[in-house]
Structures are given as C-alpha cells and as structure tokens.
Write a protein that binds this ligand. Structure first.
Ligand code: BGC
Length: 261
C-alpha cells in the first residue's frame, strides 16, 4: 500500500448545541476542508439528528469516497454503538442504536463512540498525548465532564468519571465549565474550590502518567491549570475543537475500513 497516498476519513461530532463534521486527513489529523455545522434540532430526537448528520455526511463529495466509513461522536455512554445514557441530551436516545440509525440514514458504515473517547484517541495520535505510553486520562470540561482512559494508546471505553460522587454530589454539576459560568466563579475560585478536589480525587484513584484537559475552556488553560497542585503532569488538549471529529474519523477507519493498514 502507498503510505504517501492521501487517506481521508470523515467524522461528525454530535453536541448539545451543534452538529459538526469535516473530512479528515488521517495521516496528519487535520481537516481537508472547512467544517460544516448545523444547529442541533430541538427537540434533539434521534430522527431529527439523523437528518442533520445525513446532510453533513453528504457535504464533501470531492473529498470523501462514498464507501468511506463515518465516525460519529455522541455525548453519552456508547456501548457497541448503542446509547446507554443521556445526561445532557434528550432522554429518547437511551437504547438507540446510534451506529445503525446513522448507517441507515447516510448509507455509510458507521462507528459511533463517546465524545471524550474520540477526543482522547485524537490527542494520542496527533496532540497533547502523542505517543505517550502508560496511563493517560483525558477530561473535557464543558456542559458536563467527559472522561477517557488510555493505556499505551489503547482505549478503555466509556469511563464516566464526570459522574464521580464527591461530597454527595455529581462531580460534573460542580466542576464542569458550565458550573463556573452559571455560578459566575472566577478561574481562581473554580480551580481552588472545584477543580482541585476533582482532579486530586481522580489522580488518587487512577494514578495517571498524564492528564489532558480539553473542552472549549482549555483555550484559557493558563488561567487555571497552573493553580492546581497535583502529582501528575496536567496539560491542555492541543486539537481543541477538532479533536472529536478527528478521533471519530480515525476510529471509524481503524475499525471498518477494508483498506486499513
Ligand atoms: C456524559 C458523558 C459525556 C460528557 C461530555 C457527560 O454528562 O455522561 O458521556 O462524555 O458528559 O459530553
């Protein structure tokens, strides 16, 4: 196989406010065309979201071969393509075979995975955890907290450490970026009163070699990460808002492409 030939996959990131997709150069971990975004329909039922996904999947005919597998991220537990939870999405998703639904809708083979899991794979292949061996913990701080665990680059899917119970409360309700905004906390207050406890608990349970912090707020990582006292190195994600799409496209290719080397 020609290792220099372009290898382009496609990823779509389903989020609470937007559904975003792009073709991905799988050797470089970069988009090969501008991302397409559609506002998440309300209510965000599986059928309404499938219509948006189909439109995005058909947006790059010059870039992506018709038989190219599609990688999809979803913000819930995704067991073998089936949504098993719905912390921040419409409850009607629980039990939906997302991979099957989207494959029927788009006519492509589909891999559907948790959003943080996809981001972690992208960061390990192309970003802040590139080629880091040992235990890597990725957390995404957004509306909720997503987590992913890699060991020597292999993913243990569907860790849900955003829902650790700390002081009798769901951790993401206190420590997510949305909690900082809703409660109008400064970055210092957020780091001191929320993130410190959250990350100390995580590192005492998992002993990671590296913690990577993603989510939109990671753009401001210098305002809060240096304030945390942890034994593990903790660094901002590097792929930022492309990580989910890149990771999903990568996983789809690795799992479904007949030409996968
Ligand atoms: C969900 C996770 C998801 C995370 C980030 C949490 O509320 O339970 O599955 O990864 O939010 O979207």
């Amino acid at each position: 196989m020609d290792k220099t030939a372009p290898k382009v996959g496609i990823g779509i990131d389903i989020g609470g406010s937007g559904i975003k997709g792009a073709p991905v150069d799988l050797r470089a971990g970069r988009f090969t065309a501008e991302r397409v975004k559609i506002a998440t329909p309300h209510p965000s039922t599986p059928e309404a979201v499938a219509t948006a996904v189909t439109e995005i999947a058909a947006s790059f005919p010059d870039q992506v071969a018709p038989e190219c597998p599609l990688g999809i991220t979803f913000p819930a537990v995704m067991q073998h393509g089936v949504a098993r939870s719905a912390a921040n999405v419409d409850q009607s998703w629980i039990g939906t075979d997302v991979a099957h639904l989207m494959a029927e809708a788009t006519g492509r083979p589909v891999v559907a995975v948790n959003d943080a899991d996809a981001a972690a794979v992208a960061e390990h292949r192309f970003g802040a955890a590139a080629d880091v061996n040992g235990v890597v913990l990725l957390t995404t701080l957004g509306t909720g907290i997503g987590t992913a665990l890699l060991t020597d680059g292999y993913l243990v899917p569907n860790t849900e450490f955003g829902h650790l119970e700390i002081n009798g409360q769901d951790a993401e309700k206190r420590a997510a970026a949305s909690a900082r905004e809703d409660e109008k906390l400064s970055y210092e207050e957020w780091a001191e009163t929320r993130l410190q406890r959250y990350y100390s608990t995580l590192e005492n349970l998992l002993w990671p070699d590296l913690i990577v912090v993603g989510g939109g707020v990671s753009r401001k990582a210098d305002r809060f990460l240096p304030l945390l006292r942890l034994r593990s190195p903790i660094v901002p994600a590097e792929l930022r808002n492309t990580a989910g799409i890149v990771g999903a496209a990568t996983l789809a290719w690795e799992q479904l492409s007949p030409a996968h080397e």
